[in-house]
Each structure stands twice: as C-alpha cells, then as structure tokens.
Design a protein around this ligand. Structure first.
Ligand code: DX5
Ligand code: ZN
Length: 228
C-alpha cells in the first residue's frame, strides 16, 4: 500500500469558545487539514459542548485563504444519534462519525448520513470491540479510534490504542477501500509518529494545539515527526 496522506484535525473543544470563528480561521491558516467538532450531550458522555447551530455558524469560517472548503469532521458523542446526525448534515458537516453503541440500528444510521451527502464514520471507545466492523467496513468512509475515554480534552493517550490501530489498519487494507483511520485523544508531537506507524492517517489534537500560543509551530512540529 502507498503511504497515506496525513491529515491533522485540530479539535475545537480546546479552542477559545468566546472566539470560535477566529480560532477556526487561525488554525486553518496554521495548517489544519480538517476541523474536528466534538459534540457532547451530557448523556452519552458527562459533558456538554456545542450543537448544529454552532456548526452552521462556523461553516463559512472553515475555508482556506484561497476560499477552498476545509472539511468539518463532526464527532458525535450523543445518544440517540439519527436526528442530530441529520441536523449536522444540514448544518454543513462534511464527515459525521458516531459511536455504534449509541445507535440502535448502526447500518441505518450510516445510510442516513451518506444519504444526506456526508461521509460516515464509526468511533470505537478504548474498551470497545471492533466486531461491528466485520459487517460495516464495506460502507464506511472513516474509522475513528478513541485513545482516551470520550468526554474531555487534555487526557493522556491510552497505549493499547496502538495495537488496535494496527488491527484496524489491516482490516482497512484488506477491504481495499478508501477509508481514513483517525485517532483521537492525547495526541501530541511526541506520540503522533507512533500512532502513524501503527496505521493512523488522520490525527485529532485539541489541547496540544490550542493549548499553545503558536498553532503553526505545533502543527509544523507534528508534520516534521510524521515525515522524519
Ligand atoms: C474527547 C474528544 C477529543 C478531544 C481531544 O472526547 O473526542 O476530540 O477534544 O482532546 P485532546 O487532544 O486534548 O486529548
Ligand atoms: Zn473527538
């Protein structure tokens, strides 16, 4: 398989909520490939973040200086899933992923998202089994592996995620399909390369980027590690 093109997806969860539009524009100017949008409902996870109205308000800001659309990568940590997934498709999301344990009919939810014109992904918690992939991989655009328990930014990377990434990378390669493998939680400059070596091609980073004054310096350092 040819080397995957790496994507860096800063998570807005660690951005300044009082200046979200500006944060989106600044992090894109600093080299972000995707904008990761963490949706928490205080039910599936013990935290509450933002909804489709905020996504819609940010959509015009998620463009490059040249006007190219930058994908908004919506990570739904909500239960139930379907109604909010549709609301995010209408609000300008490009990719929508959800936790299969939060949907009663996973296959139907995937169809709903793709039928609304978005790419669809499944998200697996650190202790979640990957069994459902056997029956869904022929339909997926994205697999997202949580490397922390969902709900909060700024947690430490759980090392067993590396083994899990290796396993999913094999499944994706065997499928022959164009599926991105994203890792989310505790990604920093000093562990991004290990995640890439294990098979990840897309990297969510919240506190590592928004916790520093110079977003470009962090993103460049991450790309440097990926290229080395
Ligand atoms: C956690 C979220 C993550 C989080 C990552 O539930 O899904 O996207 O914002 O934050 P860091 O990079 O700080 O672990
Ligand atoms: Zn996330």
């Amino acid at each position: 398989m040819s080397a995957p093109t790496h994507r860096i997806a800063p998570s807005l969860l660690s951005a300044d909520f009082a200046r979200l539009g500006e944060e989106v524009r600044t992090v894109i100017a600093a080299g972000a490939d995707w904008i990761h949008f963490d949706v928490m409902d205080n039910h599936y996870v013990p935290n509450l973040s933002f909804g489709p109205m905020v996504c819609e308000a940010l959509r015009p800001h998620a463009v490059t200086a040249g006007g190219a659309r930058v994908p908004i990568d919506v990570h739904l940590m909500v239960e139930p899933v379907d109604a909010l997934a549709l609301a995010f498709a209408k609000a300008g999301a490009d990719l929508i992923s959800f936790h299969p344990d939060a949907s009663t009919h996973v296959d139907r939810t995937l169809q709903l998202i793709q039928g609304a014109g978005c790419k669809a992904g499944l998200v697996f918690n650190p202790a979640a089994s990957l069994d459902v992939l056997e029956w869904t991989i022929d339909k997926l655009d994205l697999v997202l592996l949580m490397s922390v328990n969902p709900g909060f930014g700024g947690q430490s990377f759980i090392p067993s995620t590396l083994r899990k990434l290796e396993r999913v990378r094999k499944l994706i390669d065997a499928s022959g399909r164009d599926i991105r493998l994203e890792v989310d939680g505790g990604i920093k400059t000093d562990n991004i390369r290990a995640a890439a070596d294990a098979g990840a091609d897309t990297f969510v980073a919240g506190s590592a980027i928004f916790g520093q004054p110079d977003y470009r310096a962090v993103i460049d350092a991450m790309r440097g590690r990926l290229a080395a």
